[in-house]
Ligand binder design. Structure first.
Ligand SMILES: CC(C)(COP(=O)([O-])OP(=O)([O-])OC[C@H]1O[C@@H](n2cnc3c(N)ncnc32)[C@H](O)[C@@H]1OP(=O)([O-])[O-])[C@@H](O)C(=O)NCCC(=O)NCCSC(=O)C[C@@](C)(O)CC(=O)[O-]
Length: 387
């Protein structure tokens, strides 16, 4: 197993743009602004009372779920999932109370054919004004594709633009960066710096991903210092949030903690700037998420039904499933504004649609419990009718 050492000059090539960055003092305001929309969406989608939602907005125990199933969940599926199914998944997700739904990616269809219909998905998905629908963008070509689509909404005749947010991605190991994006980390940061500036200038918010923060399929262990340096580069270029990706599910709670601590040290911001993006290959996904939340992280990426896998991460299984994350967070006293029953139904539905087994432990268990209760109730009703 190799421990990576960085060989590229991150800082000299990356001008800092503090005007794009939320300062520590403005963060809570920004965060509250991000959560405000959730209040409205959850009210409509999950039947939560206004009072509960007002509390949630100010509640330090509130955890934002970023639902990545339409993108990270489906990008690795062998069969091409029909565009209509993707749109229906997004429509149903809108009703679960999740505040962020990653809708697709403007990457090369040669590299990731499954995402080739993202322009059609984004143009066709029903949007809720309170929900964010970020799309992954790897380069200027991807940004231009999105901007071309958004330009059709400029005169107002087509209604609200479907998204106001992109997600960019790089990695903490050279080999993974090369495999995923065909360039070095330094080259990817140069590329992303330009993408981010242009995106922000055109009114888009930018979220940053760092892959393989806890282990690389090609190089093994990853130096937390590398994660910290990339976190700083992404925040400096203008990302409002950094998602720490345990792409291959190699992390354990302490490994994720090292990645987070290094990021905090290099960036000098609070844990709320970071998201936990865990895959469940080694069954440590949920433990990692809960540990990160205990450390102050307040955003978790997950996918209903445990969908997912990365095309450039051999052997990696799906994302940690949203159902188990929500079950565990609610059990630990955190709030998410989501409706667990609706998430369970949706995880079951999408797995059946694409012919996969439901990979959500909580989802399968809750479905089984529902069945037992329904059978018991039917038996009791039949006995009652006989009396
Ligand atoms: C990054 C590139 C684009 C570079 O790709 P490249 O081959 O180095 O770039 P290129 O500029 O030489 O382009 C090659 C071909 O792709 C086209 N192309 C180039 N860019 C685009 C674009 N945006 N949209 C559409 N087409 C594009 C381009 O036009 C050309 O087509 P040709 O001339 O041969 O016909 C490529 O490597 C790529 O798309 N990779 C896919 C990466 C990907 O989607 N990975 C999965 C998502 S990341 C992930 O899952 C991790 C994450 C985020 O979830 C967090 C975690 O868990 O770690």
């Amino acid at each position: 197993m190799l421990v990576l050492a960085f060989q590229f000059p991150l800082q000299p090539s990356l001008p800092s743009r503090p005007s794009h960055r939320l300062s520590k003092s403005t963060f809570s305001e920004g965060h509250a602004m991000m959560l405000q929309p959730l209040a409205r969406s959850a009210l409509l989608g999950a039947n939560i009372s206004k009072r509960t939602l007002a509390t949630a907005v100010k509640n330090p125990n509130f955890v934002k779920i970023v639902e990545v199933s339409p993108r990270d969940g489906l990008q690795n599926e062998k069969i091409i999932v029909p565009t209509a199914t993707k749109i229906e998944l997004i429509r149903r997700l809108t009703e679960t109370g999740v505040p962020v739904i990653e809708a697709g990616s403007f990457v090369s269809p040669k590299w990731v054919p499954q995402m080739g219909d993202t322009p059609q998905v984004v143009a066709g998905m029903p949007i809720h004004p309170s929900i964010s629908y970020p799309v992954l963008v790897p380069n200027m070509r991807g940004l231009e594709g999105l901007q071309k689509l958004l330009s059709k909404y400029k005169d107002g005749s087509k209604g609200t633009p479907p998204t106001d947010e992109i997600a960019i991605f790089t990695a903490a190991s050279e080999s993974f960066c090369k495999a995923n994006t065909n360039c070095t980390i330094a080259e990817s940061l140069d590329r992303l710096s330009e993408v981010t500036s242009r995106a922000i200038a055109s009114g888009l918010k930018v979220r940053g991903y760092i892959s393989v923060v806890a282990g690389c399929p090609y190089e093994g262990k990853v130096d937390p210092e590398a994660v910290g340096r990339v976190s700083k580069a992404l925040l400096d270029m203008g990302c409002y949030e950094i998602s720490l990706g345990d792409t291959i599910g190699a992390g354990t709670p302490s490994v994720m903690e090292h990645a987070l601590n290094s990021s905090l040290k290099h960036t000098n911001v609070s844990p709320e700037y970071f998201a936990a993006h865990c895959h469940d290959t080694m069954n440590t996904g949920l433990a990692n998420v809960l540990h990160m939340v205990k450390l102050g992280v307040r955003t978790v990426d997950s996918a209903v039904g445990g969908l997912g896998g990365c095309p450039y991460s051999p052997g990696a299984t799906g994302n940690i499933d949203t159902e188990s994350v929500v079950f565990a967070l609610h059990g630990e006293g955190y709030e998410t504004g989501t409706d667990l029953d609706k998430l369970v139904d949706l995880g079951d539905w999408i797995n059946k649609e694409i012919g996969r087994n439901n990979a959500s432990n909580a989802g399968r268990a809750i479905l089984a419990q529902r069945k037992i209760r329904a059978e018991r109730a039917a038996k009791q009703a039949a006995q009652g009718a006989k009396l």
